[in-house]
Write a protein that binds this ligand. Structure first.
Ligand code: NAP
Length: 472
């Protein structure tokens, strides 16, 4: 068989594995297998590419492979689940940087006459796109990483004329790109190349600047999409079909993820990027006045009494569960309640926590059965017949203002209707607001009780009450 057909057949198999793997990632039950299948696809793609390219010297490839494997393994073992968003941001950034380097290397090879493209304008256009998208992705992701890791303030940084300056940089980049593609003069192409490369690096930074730290997960999904597009363009630069396909898959899945997250927050992508959400603290209630009412504390003993009599219990986890790493204790309490005769479910809000699927990942890690995880739309009709809703470090995703108060910044965001349960027990450390900075009327309702403290410790205290009953 012809060598090219063989290579392209292997690429088609790899691409098929990517697509099936991605599809399987959509369901918890099949996600691990999907990840493995995509990994096998990537292995095939890498091996075939290495054989195809007739590599003269494998030394640097082996060095890169060993270094990457060591760093990857260390990260997989050391990075905490709560630090996963910044980890993803960093990986996206490196993807963008890799594409930028491929584009720059090809630019230099053409410049010194080592390679002569078949279609010079097409290749130049592809190099331009690879470099600018890669550059924006790189610095944008580094900024997102710094915000999430709290190396820089998570606050949205706004200044007058910001969007105009960003717009001017985009125009400058396009103009330099056109100059690069159409001009045959070596001096002009070099200057144009340097101009759009530098502008793209600056633009990545300034584009993420006016976006608040809490919106970073959406930004990361968008940057992930950009890193895919950069890889796709790099695929055209080096004429590698599987890179084009893989880049497209990353690009489109990133866009879909961004849209899903924005819908779940009832916001548009434009609002996330341009509104400066999170530029100032929003300690007031939704209409600008302090929320009135009384917070009614409850303690472990009281919580035990309420739960002991409950038959329908719904856990509503949020960001606080991730902070306190309470997922294992939550599962333990769920088991205790089931032994006590209660029907237990976990209500999952699509944007609870700080990254997509955050709660699913944590609860899966604690071996909570998949069947007990219930989507928001399925659980909400069951809330009025629920005896106890236990809110574990969730705030915005259970804020009734999102459903009732038209003046609220989160009005329209779908919520889990914890307030409709007969009793709501809210676990949090104090009066801290959620990501939106808004106060939450739920905590003041007559059927709400506040179990103050770190979620894990509070749950352990409640379990201890059940155990002491069992031992008497
Ligand atoms: P949230 O609104 O951020 O509230 C988290 C609550 O957890 C806080 O009120 C805090 O109160 C409490 N908490 C923190 N540490 C705790 C601990 N150790 N023990 C007990 N409680 C603790 O969380 P959420 O309800 O999950 O909502 C997520 C928010 O993030 C939404 O506004 C969503 O739009 C946004 N967001 C999510 C994503 C995503 O992909 N998931 C992406 C972008 C934005 P105390 O300080 O009083 O303890």
């Amino acid at each position: 068989m012809n060598r090219e057909i063989l290579i392209n057949s292997a690429y088609i198999i790899a691409s098929g594995l990517f697509i099936v793997g991605l599809k399987m990632l959509g369901r918890q039950a099949t996600a691990r297998k999907g990840n493995l299948l995509s990994g096998v696809g990537m292995l095939i793609a890498i091996v075939v590419t290495l054989l195809d390219r007739q590599v003269i010297n494998f030394t640097w490839i082996v060095v890169g492979l060993v270094a990457g494997t060591v760093i990857g393994l260390a990260c997989a073992r050391l990075v905490k689940m709560t630090a996963m968003p910044e980890m993803v941001a960093l990986l996206n950034g490196l993807g963008g940087l890799a594409s930028l380097i491929v584009g720059a290397a090809e630019f230099m090879r053409i410049r010194i006459g080592e390679s002569i493209p078949e279609h010079p304008a097409f290749t130049a256009g592809a190099i331009f796109l690879t470099v600018v998208i890669g550059g924006v992705t790189f610095t944008g992701s580094v900024y997102a990483f710094c915000k999430l890791a709290e190396w820089l303030s998570g606050r949205a940084v706004l200044f007058t004329g910001q969007h105009m300056i960003n717009g001017a940089m985009v125009l400058g980049m396009v103009a330099a790109g056109l100059g690069y593609v159409v001009s045959g003069d070596p001096g002009v192409t070099l200057v144009a190349f340097l101009v759009f490369t530098i502008l793209s690096l600056v633009l990545g930074w300034t584009m993420v600047m006016p976006i608040g730290g809490g919106d970073m997960p959406v930004v990361i999904a968008m940057l992930n999409s950009l890193s895919g597009l950069a890889a796709c363009a790099a695929g055209f630069v080096i004429s590698n079909n599987v890179l084009v396909v893989a880049g497209c898959l990353v690009g489109t899945s990133g866009v879909i993820l961004s849209i899903i997250m924005c819908r779940a927050m009832n916001r548009s992508i434009g609002n996330v990027v341009f509104s400066g959400f999170g530029s100032k603290p929003a300690a007031m209630s939704n209409d600008g006045t302090a929320v009135q009412g009384e917070l009614k504390p409850i303690f472990a003993e009281g919580t035990f009494s309420v739960l002991e009599a409950a038959r329908q219990v719904v856990f509503i986890p949020g960001y606080g569960m991730a902070v306190s790493q309470a997922q294992h204790v939550v599962r333990e309490l769920a088991e205790v309640l089931e032994e006590n005769g209660a029907d237990v479910r976990f209500a999952i809000h699509p944007v609870a926590g700080r990254m997509p699927g955050h709660m699913n990942v944590l609860l899966a890690e604690a071996d909570v059965p998949y069947e007990q995880l219930v989507e928001m739309d399925t659980i909400n009709p069951l809330m009025p017949t629920t005896d106890v809703a236990i809110v574990i470090g969730a705030n915005d995703v259970v804020n009734p203002a999102a459903a009732r108060d038209k003046s609220s910044p989160i009005y329209g965001m779908p919520i889990i209707k914890a307030h409709e349960a007969r009793t709501v027990i809210c676990l949090k450390r104090g009066k801290g607001a959620g990501f939106s900075g808004l106060e939450n009327q739920l905590f003041l309702l007559p059927n709400s009780r506040m179990l103050y403290g770190d979620a894990k410790s509070s749950l352990q205290a409640v379990i201890a009450e059940f155990k002491s009953l069992a031992s008497t």
